[in-house]
Design a binder for this molecule. Structure first.
Ligand SMILES: [Zn+2]
Length: 70
């Protein structure tokens, strides 16, 4: 049966394609993770840990405007 062999070959190719796609998605997620962690790390103060959204920390930065008259 020639058609039976073709069906098995098609199933094997589909399986390979799904496996390759799965590996590509995993690699893409692994490559995306480091920049995301770096960004989220920068949004928090390194000294006290409060969220600063990448701005200077109002608690720790002595040059912050509210501490001008200290
Ligand atoms: Zn701070």
């Amino acid at each position: 049966m020639v058609s039976y062999r073709i069906d098995i070959m098609v199933l094997i190719w589909i399986g390979l394609a799904i496996g390759v796609l799965f590996i590509i998605i995993l690699i893409a997620k692994l490559l995306r993770t480091p920049p995301h962690e770096a960004v989220s790390f920068n949004t928090y103060c390194k000294k006290c840990g409060i969220k600063t959204n990448g701005l200077k920390c109002p608690k720790c930065d002595s040059s912050y405007p509210s501490r001008k008259y200290r």
